[in-house]
Design a protein around this ligand. Structure first.
Ligand code: AMP
Ligand code: ZN
Length: 494
């Protein structure tokens, strides 16, 4: 019997705005699509939070025994600056600034994304398709939508006719926006555009001469509208109707609303059964974003090289910090919160490693199987990782009381406890052991570098700057960077 037959998973569906029992279309199998990054700059921690939220979903579904096909795209064309609709293509803009081919920009930041996700121990998706690799599929969808009467061509571009669509379907049902309100808010813009109505969105854009990322189509040499790629790639790999579609909350409108409209207009079917939206990571109370510069890059976190950080933090600690909030809650990033998470995570690891040496007795004072089920209950309740982590700390408390001789544990419960902790910490949350063998080496390294820092401080107080600089420079040459801060010197390994 598969675990998913014993556990009742519920998912908050953004479309129905309620928690629903999860029933996949095909028994035992799940199709999941998540909007991937637009690859024109390094991913920031906010982007990472969304992808890690869905890594947790992927991992838990797999843990329950589902066969999951997880598709996450790479946006390498079509995503213009203003919600995808107008302005520059940021990939082309970056290519001009850096004097690179657009595809060099795409490659550079795709590699950065993969490297970063690997550092966070996120599992790769099953399929990672690109927009540029699916131009034909996108053109075919535009042809279908035109044939159904929900799109029109103007000067070589094709636009989705939102008003026409809204006569037969409902535009705005995901975001809860009313078309009439949208129209009255944008009336004055209408005259300047080749669109019939400002709410219409581009399916295909004719390329200006300087726009070098272009493909031939029945309408013009041009490029697809941003929303179209996700409709093309999700339905190609998962079918016209599939189980889960995810992305950050900021993609609900217009991106996902337009995806629903495109799919309904071309297939007459609602494409997704469960829409999931992950909430934002903020910094100083404001959304982390590429465009405003209000963000922290993963590498800055791993090296401590950012003014808001007092030290470096490992990817696992950062992930633990993120999972201490539910994926649908806003989470504010701060150095203090990370310090607290680091302490908590180390305590969790210490307790986990001490299970093996616990003395067993005949009397159980804590029902491990009930506790184990409460770990599942937390995850079954819309992937509630903070409650799961609270349950793991219940176990830490119990482990410590066994150590103190206040509580007892039987041999079989000890094994179940160890197995359950390992399942949830490593398989489901995807955290990495901070006291692994590597880390034993890490402890030795820390000891040696701390000694060198002390010698450097001594040299500095003797005004022997030649020696202090030599220590700093030679450490840097082997990839160890010292950072002088108000609380002393810390180091990071690059
Ligand atoms: P983009 O590359 O801008 O399309 O963003 C990639 C993913 O990151 C999308 O799912 C966004 O919703 C998500 N995202 C962007 N900013 C944040 C943030 N501050 N917190 C969480 N997710 C974010
Ligand atoms: Zn998308």
């Amino acid at each position: 019997m598969n675990l998913y037959e014993q556990q009742e998973l519920t998912i908050y569906n953004s479309l129905s705005k309620s928690k629903e029992k999860f029933n996949p279309i095909h028994q035992g199998a799940v199709g999941m699509y998540v909007c991937g990054p637009t690859v024109y700059s390094n991913v920031h921690l906010g982007n990472c939070r969304t992808f890690l939220s869905f890594d947790l979903v992927f991992r838990y579904l797999k843990h329950l025994g589902y066969k999951v096909r997880y598709v996450r795209n790479i946006t390498d064309a079509g995503h213009l600056e203003n919600d995808g609709e107008s302005g520059d293509d940021p990939i082309l803009k970056k290519a001009r600034i850096e004097k690179l081919e657009p595809m060099e920009v795409v490659q550079k930041y795709t590699v950065d994304f993969h490297t970063t996700m690997a550092k966070f121990n996120a599992l790769p998706p099953s399929i990672e398709p690109t927009a540029t690799g699916h131009i034909i599929e996108q053109i075919q969808i535009v042809e279908k939508i035109i044939a159904e009467g929900y799109a029109y061509e103007k000067n070589g571009s094709v636009y989705f006719d939102v008003l026409k669509f809204n006569e037969d379907y409902t535009y705005g049902k995901l975001s809860g926006r009313q078309l009439e309100d949208m129209i009255s808010n944008t009336r004055e813009l209408a005259a300047q555009s080749e669109k019939k109505n400002p709410q219409d969105f581009a399916l295909w854009k004719k390329a200006e001469p300087q726009h070098i990322m272009r493909w031939p189509s029945p309408w013009s040499d041009g490029f697809p509208g941003w929303h179209l790629e996700c409709t093309a790639m999700s339905t190609k790999y998962l079918g016209t109707q599939f189980d889960i579609h995810g992305g950050g909350m900021d993609l609900k409108f217009p991106h996902h609303e337009c995806e629903i409209a495109q799919a309904e207009a071309s297939t007459k079917k609602s494409p997704v059964n469960y829409w999931m939206h992950a909430n934002m990571l903020t910094l100083n109370g404001k959304k982390m974003a590429k465009s405003t510069g209000n963000n922290i890059l993963p590498n800055e976190l791993f090296t401590g090289e950012n003014g808001v950080l007092s030290k470096a933090f490992s990817p696992t600690v950062a992930k633990f910090f993120m999972f201490q909030a539910h994926y649908r809650s806003i989470l504010d990033f701060s150095n203090d919160a990370l310090l607290a998470s680091e302490k908590g995570f180390n305590r969790l690891m210490e307790a986990f490693h001490s299970i093996a040496s616990l003395e067993t007795s005949k009397t159980d004072t804590f029902s491990i199987s009930e506790w184990r089920q409460s770990c599942y209950d937390a995850m079954n309740d819309d992937f509630n990782s903070p409650i799961l982590i609270a349950q793991l700390f219940e176990a830490v408390k119990f482990i410590n009381s066994v150590k103190e001789g206040i509580a007892g544990i039987s041999e079989s419960d000890k094994q179940l406890l160890q197995q359950t902790m390992s399942d949830f910490i490593f398989d489901v949350l995807g955290l990495e052991d901070s006291i692994s063998e590597n880390n034993a080496d890490g402890d030795k390294l820390t000891g040696a570098v701390e000694l060198l820092i002390a010698l450097r401080n001594q040299a500095r107080s003797n005004k022997d700057f030649a020696t202090s600089d030599q220590i700093r420079d030679q450490l840097l040459a082997v990839g160890i960077q010292l950072k002088d801060g108000k609380d002393g010197t810390t180091f990071s390994v690059n």
